[in-house]
Write a protein that binds this ligand. Structure first.
Ligand code: ADP
Ligand code: MG
Length: 271
């Protein structure tokens, strides 16, 4: 049989219908090249399929990055491990590949004073996991508690929790800022219990467990939440001075060193 001929218009319609926009954009140039260079038909098809797949993977990654709500600047590349010697870079890099701890639904807990780098480190792990193909959601704990509380009032809590199941990891930032009087925080316990041993959490908190009695409605629930969280967990304690404060004082010291008189800034202004 004679091979049928197709014009650009009908090709465009078919590719549109098939939802193959990248091939739609590229096929005509590649077809010309293929004609000129005498490619096999399978080569032309293979090249076009590869481009469609690569473009899809790129778009998926962009979608996952956007839905994560992670700060794009807080990555492993911008995190200085030198200022937190108690955090093993090798350990963090291993966790950043995901794999077994995410499959176990394990937890990462980051404790430390304000400015120690907990949110940055959590975000950096989140970005690396997205790069590795996982889905991540980062949220202030209080914000998620409010949303879940609203869902409970609308009798939608189970479906709200089920929707969060699509995330391999939820980063709950600043858990210890949540106050039981601010909202009914038993929804937070329900999230923890729901994900236990199935889906992972990464939690940052200024206060280690001892301060969590202010978070949950009663001590029994606090114990039950902590019990689940620590069962399969990695804990990093970033007990360092605030990064911002340290940078500010480094800058000040550097300025002092530059002054010819080296004792006070007043001397410099009179020069
Ligand atoms: P925390 O969540 O512990 O209060 P953040 O992660 O918000 O602290 O850190 C405060 C600021 O300092 C952020 O701008 C963060 O990017 C920066 N920072 C903290 N630790 C580091 C680090 N080790 N390397 C690079 N930047 C850091
Ligand atoms: Mg923080």
């Amino acid at each position: 049989m004679n091979a049928p001929a197709y014009d650009a218009g009908s090709m465009g319609l078919m590719l549109n219908e098939l939802r193959l926009p990248t091939i739609g954009r590229l096929w005509s140039d590649f077809a010309q090249r293929s004609d000129k260079e005498g490619w096999q038909a399978s080569q032309l098809l293979g090249v076009l399929f590869e481009h469609e797949l690569a473009e899809r993977a790129k778009r998926r990654l962009e979608r996952h990055r956007a839905e994560s709500q992670l700060d794009p600047t807080k990555t492993l590349a911008t995190f200085d491990f030198g200022v937190v010697p108690m955090v093993s870079k090798a350990h963090v890099m291993a966790l950043a590949t995901g794999d077994s701890w995410l499959e176990q639904g394990a937890t990462i807990l980051l404790f430390g004073p304000p400015g120690a780098g907990k949110s940055h480190l959590g975000s950096a792990i989140g970005h690396a996991l997205i790069d590795a193909g996982y889905r991540v959601l980062s949220t202030r704990t209080s914000e998620l508690v409010q949303k879940l509380q609203a869902a409970r009032q609308a009798l939608q809590l189970p479906s709200a929790l089920a929707k969060l199941d699509r995330f391999d990891l939820i980063i709950l930032d600043d858990l210890s800022y949540v106050r039981k009087d601010q909202a009914e925080t038993s929804v937070l316990f329900e999230l923890i219990a729901e994900r236990y041993e199935r889906r992972s959490l990464l939690i940052t908190a200024n206060q280690p467990f001892s301060g969590w009695n202010n978070v949950f409605p009663d001590p029994g629930m606090t114990v039950a939440a902590i019990d689940r969280l620590v069962h399969h967990s990695t804990i990093f304690e970033l007990n360092v001075e605030s990064y911002r404060r340290r940078k500010a004082s480094d800058k000040q010291n550097a300025r002092r060193r530059q002054l010819p008189n080296n004792n006070d800034e007043g001397a410099a202004t009179t020069l």
